[in-house]
Design a protein around this ligand. Sequence first.
Ligand SMILES: [Zn+2]
Ligand SMILES: [Zn+2]
Length: 183
Amino acid sequence: MAFSVLETTILRAKGLTDEQLASLAAAGVEGRDGFKTIGDAATLAEVLPGLDPSVAAAVMAWAAGTGTPPGDGAPRSVVVDTADVLYCIHCKAKQPKDYKSGDLCPSCGKQAEPILSCFWCASSGPGKFCRQCGAEFVATGELDLAILLRRDGLPKDEIPKKLRGLGADEKDVLWGRVRKSRG
Ligand SMILES: [Zn+2]
Ligand SMILES: [Zn+2]
């Protein structure tokens, strides 16, 4: 067998007929490497008179390793988004690598990050942590819960962790207390 079952299947899919496959085998072409010896579509067409040029090109592209553009030997640089990548909350534009909390979005000119209020010292600012007291910001929707936990006497560092660990039921109970304290 000049070609494996898989190779035969692929070559048929590229458009070669069984007769053409037999002719290739008769000409001494064996396996995918045999096509590499042939080298290019024009030579393949010479080996197989009457071969459709588009089929010849498809076969040679496969034999050469599909998807490799000619002359592209350079290693590709892969751009991986790090966890620090920040997108503008207004226009969703990706912020530059040297972005610092509080910078304005170069795309729309607004503050790229939300301004959050600190549950601990009540100052506000961008970023993940309060610039005044160092507390980790909690989501705006859970600010009242965090303030309640502060009143309960939980340490500053524990409150954001505690909120993340609470289930929906436990949060409901806390919200009940928030509403009561407002009344
Ligand atoms: Zn923006
Ligand atoms: Zn603070």
